[in-house]
Ligand binder design. Sequence first.
Ligand code: MN
Ligand code: MN
Length: 298
Amino acid sequence: MQIDDYLKAGKIAAEVRENARKKNWVGSTVAEICEEIENEIRKREAKPAFPVNTSINEVAAHYTAEPNDQKTISDTDLVKIDLGVQINGYIADTAVTVCYDPQYDNLVKAAEDALSSAISKIKIGVKASDIGKTIQKTVMKLGFSPIANLSGHSLAQYTIHAGKSIPNTWSIGGFSLSGKEAYACEPFVTTGNRPAGFVREGKTKNIFALVSRKKTKNKEADELQDYIWSNFNMLPFALRWLVKELEEKKARELLEILIKKKAVHAYPILVETHEQRVAQAEHTFIPTEDGVTITTSL
Ligand code: MN
Ligand code: MN
């Protein structure tokens, strides 16, 4: 584990996240938000670990801007800005929910409080299921519902979801946290006061990742695959990141070929099943003997 790179990536992610939190994005398009934040990461000599997610209202996760996406933030929208920074493949994954309508302050606060109460429990050896229990308890006490089928995760070099889950609700079994691994904790909360809320997959897919390298019998598609591998490795990317090199129409065609060949996976957006609003907070951390190093804290 490259702790220095985790810490460097985390510091950049924290700075960029806090700037995003302070800014008033009303009237901005999602394309402007994603590009501005990704450029802030690049300016700090790091790379985005995945396209900035700007998931609005009932969309809980996995929405990023299409090229020139004109979807515009209104003063009642609740936007989860989820960003990733990588240095040599070591990732900081962090999120903030922005909203300028005080009606939703408590929902946003519930996600933040659940994250802090979870983090206050963490040290080497703590069971992931106990973190889920803490998140669920905190969220329900505040009158909201945790999303049960979204969870935090272990991280590895060039791998965002490295196999272990940090649940947002109580669950049976699970693993104990190690000091040799980085993890992301990310409570998602929604309205209602139930033990669990859920998300379902939506139709939109605008985040992609290379999942296996295979020949397609199409020279241009193979070249695009090589381009993706050398620029993003197996980390997620957006069509926006391809249209610098290719015409948009061409990029879509070639990407479609790679998806059909199962060389590239397309991630669907995740939507709250009752179309209710969702807030999120997220930090990346490494457990220690007596607590935790939050890599994405300022
Ligand atoms: Mn994230
Ligand atoms: Mn995450």
